[in-house]
Design a protein around this ligand. Structure first.
Ligand code: PLP
Length: 377
């Protein structure tokens, strides 16, 4: 007889109690469309949660939100956009949709996010070369806030707007204020692996009411006011479905629990692996509060990292290297970059551990045992 254990995923969907009720409402009232009471209700619940006088437009994905955000910031063909290199490709791809050029900026060691120093250097160099960047994309990676104030001050100093990629950071705060609400435009993602999910979805967040109106207009094919279909600009089909927004309303009711569960995963890993000198954890700096979307560790070398990853995989546990920096991606090989080796080293040594809010102590113990065995051999 074999002992059967279930697969442990990196980050899987975790439904609450009321998602199906909201979805059923959509069916019962026939609002099976990319608008309706769930879309409005989901938007209000995010606005209330972020609590920083923001307007929210629910969209089909976080990627769509970045795309529309860049359109609203006036990015167009030939423009340059500075983008954190250490991130998921969806932060950078929309720059290319617009025919603009991503310029990548490396991370700093203490938050793993965009280095204010390199950002400043990049801006000055681009200006010297004859072109002021049109926007800055900064990312709260793995839920850890970037240095919001420093980046904001630099943006203001040079008159360059910041697009805040908060896809991984719903529930995180910086100086007590919720992430997602800091940028000229912020974005959220509700993909299946994120802290809460609508199966797929995203949102654009802004303090500028006009931006919200324009985002919804652009996301619904840019229809001008007229009885017939009239268009004066290129539109997109990016609005969120009222069915999926129903899932989102249910998920917002349990968001605080999801954050608490992921933070306690981190604490548990640290408590049981923290004694291993060769393993490092990403710590919060003063004023920062991470939702701990994924718990990540740094190992001494790529060989040890791979040994851990393969061994976990053999016992049906999913883990994954940290994001491969954009400036190392073949698709972006021709793009200019301002790098100092930080993200390359994180990519080599880092591993994301199973971090779902639905994991049990026994699941975490299985992960811990594998790592302990390898590291204390
Ligand atoms: C998930 C993610 C996105 C994209 O969001 P989707 O909803 O999957 O399109 C963008 N940026 C980062 C950092 C992400 O992790």
């Amino acid at each position: 007889m074999t002992l059967t254990t279930t697969k442990i995923w990196l980050s899987s969907p975790h439904m609450g109690e009321n998602e199906q009720r909201y979805v059923k409402d959509a069916f019962d009232t026939n609002w099976v469309a990319p608008l309706g009471p769930n879309v409005n209700g989901f938007e209000s619940s995010i606005e209330n949660y972020l609590d920083n006088e923001v307007y929210v437009a629910a969209l089909s994905s976080g990627t769509a939100a970045i795309h529309l955000g860049l359109v609203l910031l006036g990015v167009s063909e030939g423009d340059e956009v500075l983008c954190q290199s250490f991130t998921f490709s969806a932060s950078a791809n929309p720059i290319c949709y617009l025919g603009a050029k991503p310029i990548f900026v490396d991370s700093e060691k203490d938050t793993w996010n965009i280095s204010p120093e390199l950002l400043k250097k990049a801006i000055e160099d681009r200006i010297k070369k004859g072109k002021k960047p049109k926007a800055i994309i900064a990312v709260h990676l793995y839920g850890m806030p970037y240095k919001v104030n420093e980046v904001k001050v630099i943006g203001e100093q040079y008159g360059i707007p910041v697009l805040e990629d908060s896809a991984e950071a719903l529930g995180s705060t910086y100086a007590g204020v919720k992430c997602g609400s800091f940028g000229e435009i912020g974005i959220l993602s509700f993909n299946g692996n994120k802290i809460i999910t609508t199966s797929g979805g995203g949102a654009l967040v802004t303090k500028n009411k006009d931006y919200k109106g324009k985002a919804v207009y652009l996301a619904t094919q840019a229809r001008d006011e007229a009885p017939h279909y009239q268009h004066s600009t290129v539109g997109y089909n990016y609005r969120m479905s009222n069915v999926l927004a129903g899932i989102g309303r249910g998920q917002m009711e349990v968001l605080d629990h999801r954050v608490a569960a992921r933070r306690s995963n981190f604490e548990y890993y640290k408590q049981h692996l923290g004694h291993i000198k060769e393993i490092e954890f990403l710590e919060e700096m003063p004023d920062m509060y991470s939702n701990r979307w994924l718990t990540c560790i740094l190992t001494p070398s790529v060989q040890i990292r791979e040994n851990i990853r393969f061994t976990l995989n053999e016992v049906d546990i999913e883990s994954r290297p940290l994001w491969k920096p954009m400036h190392l991606q073949p698709v972006f090989e021709k793009c200019d970059r301002y790098v100092d080796g930080t993200s390359e080293e994180l990519f080599e040594r880092g591993l994301c551990l199973p971090s779902g809010s639905n994991l049990k102590k026994g699941d975490l113990d299985r992960v811990i045992e594998v790592i302990n065995t390898i590291m204390t051999k």
